[in-house]
Design a binder for this molecule. Structure first.
Ligand code: ATP
Ligand code: MG
Length: 436
């Protein structure tokens, strides 16, 4: 028997509606904040993600799915959304007529990782990207849109952690101080951190292994090495968050996994232990040089990415249901061959009128068919026998009121509409006519 690749999972019909709903909520939130969708390829040229030999992130070094295609081109399955977005932004010159470009994307990402709850080899991200002037307004536009999404799905047990890495001048300054400091303690650092000390010393600060050591706790803080411009930018971001009444905590050790960040970095974590180290459901920050580094003009960017899988795990853990129970308007059960054949035409016509319908296809007993109707949770059960059909009649049972009537088949649509509009559940909102 074949099985799914390690680190992947099937979204089965029972769960796929939750994914669709989450995507709908995301699209709604993006519409409200005026982020427009961009769809970039699932794979890109290898260099799109592996730009810089000095990149020290795990993602770029160990986690990408790289392959040679049949034309001998080196390709990479996208491990994240930002690089592809920036590539598309530059290649399509989206900056030409726009002062600010606000984009969103959602879809699968691929990383060769050790499988754990909330950590997969194929997972889904929803991301926001804003390219334009280096304004704190855009940082907070992005963060507040993330907060809107959390409000929209009803997840309140979350914490926004924020930090600044400063601009390149501040960061260079700080990096030197850090190298001095950590060099003195090199023998007490974990193996990964010894490498980080050479490639990207800032990343030692968020080391999961050394995180409780005194060396890390006593390390110099970026806040003491920021130049005036960097201080001002961070202060503006925090002031705006206060203005919007968005709670946050400043975390001096937050540096993020990717090497391209500058100034603002942030994470949103789900405040529960169930996801372990996988409790960060959203992460992002500012990257002032990425557009330029990918061959574009000198336009700063800021962005974030939600792990949709983790967001759904958090909702599940909080017993938050974003979908209503599945329901049909009508389920048809039949008695006799003629009625069955006529039945498909009948429900086809109802479907064309905007009613969600299905029927019992198997030749089973009435009792079994009623059970099937129950499982499909339909508002009406339509019962059609060869005898009724001869008289152009049909039996309609309203499962919400338990009323049963016999009516003419050509009155069915009108009857169902009338009843649905009276329905105390939604007042008829569940019925929407097909537009064409
Ligand atoms: P982590 O520290 O958990 O490895 P990361 O820093 O690699 O996360 P990002 O590259 O910032 O994560 O991606 C943004 C978000 O995407 C993460 O906060 C997380 O919610 C989600 N994510 C990242 N990797 C995975 C994965 N392998 N499986 C599921 N979700 C993931
Ligand atoms: Mg990671």
């Amino acid at each position: 028997m074949l099985s799914k690749p390690k680190g992947t999972y099937d979204v089965l019909p029972t769960n796929s509606r939750v994914w669709v709903k989450l995507e709908q909520i995301i699209r709604k939130v993006c519409e409200l904040s005026n982020y427009l969708e961009i769809r970039t390829p699932i794979f890109e040229q290898y260099e799109t993600f592996h730009r810089d030999q000095s990149d020290s992130s795990d993602l770029v070094n160990k986690e990408t799915y790289d392959f040679i295609d049949r034309g001998d081109r080196k390709m990479t399955l996208r491990p994240e959304g930002t690089a592809g977005c920036v590539r598309a932004y530059v290649e399509n010159k989206l900056y030409v007529n726009n002062k600010v470009t606000k984009l969103f994307y959602l879809g699968p990402m691929f990383r060769y990782e050790r499988q754990q709850k909330g950590r997969y080899r194929q997972f889904s991200q929803f991301g926001l990207e804003a390219y334009g002037p280096k304004s704190a307004l855009l940082d907070v536009d992005i963060i507040s849109t993330a907060v809107m999404l959390l409000k929209a799905v009803g997840l309140s047990k979350v914490r926004v952690r924020i930090n600044t890495l400063g601009d390149s001048e501040s960061r260079d300054n700080y990096r030197n101080v850090l190298v001095d400091y950590f060099s003195k303690h090199i023998n007490d650092l974990c193996e990964d951190c010894k490498v980080r000390l050479e490639k990207n010393p800032l990343r030692i600060l968020d080391c999961k292994v050394d995180k409780d050591s005194d060396i890390l706790k006593n390390a110099p803080l970026i806040s003491d090495y920021l130049n005036e411009a960097s201080k001002l930018h961070f202060k503006q971001v925090l002031n705006l968050l206060d203005e919007l009444k968005i709670n946050y905590v400043i975390d001096n050790h937050l540096v993020r996994g990717l090497d391209y960040y500058s100034d603002t970095v942030f994470e949103i974590e789900y405040e529960s232990d169930v996801l372990g180290n996988q409790n960060v459901i959203c992460a992002g920050g500012r990257y002032n040089d990425l557009v330029k580094d990918l061959g574009g003009p000198d336009i700063p960017g800021v962005g974030l990415a939600f792990g949709m899988d983790r967001l759904l795990l958090a909702l599940e853990n909080e017993n938050i249901n974003i979908v209503k129970p599945r329901a049909l308007h009508a389920f048809l059960i039949t008695l006799g061959e003629e009625a069955k054949e006529y039945g498909l035409g009948l429900i086809y016509n109802l479907r064309l009128q905007g009613f969600m319908c299905d029927m019992s296809y198997a030749s089973s007993s009435l009792k079994a068919q009623f059970k099937e109707a129950d499982q499909n949770n339909s508002h009406f059960t339509l019962i059609l026998g060869d005898n009724e059909l001869k008289e152009d009649n049909i039996n309609v049972k309203n499962n919400l009121t338990d009323e049963q009537v016999t009516i003419k088949i050509n009155e069915l649509t009108e009857y169902m509409l009338k009843e649905i509009n009276k329905c105390h559940n939604c007042g008829g909102k569940c019925h929407e006519k097909m537009s064409n």
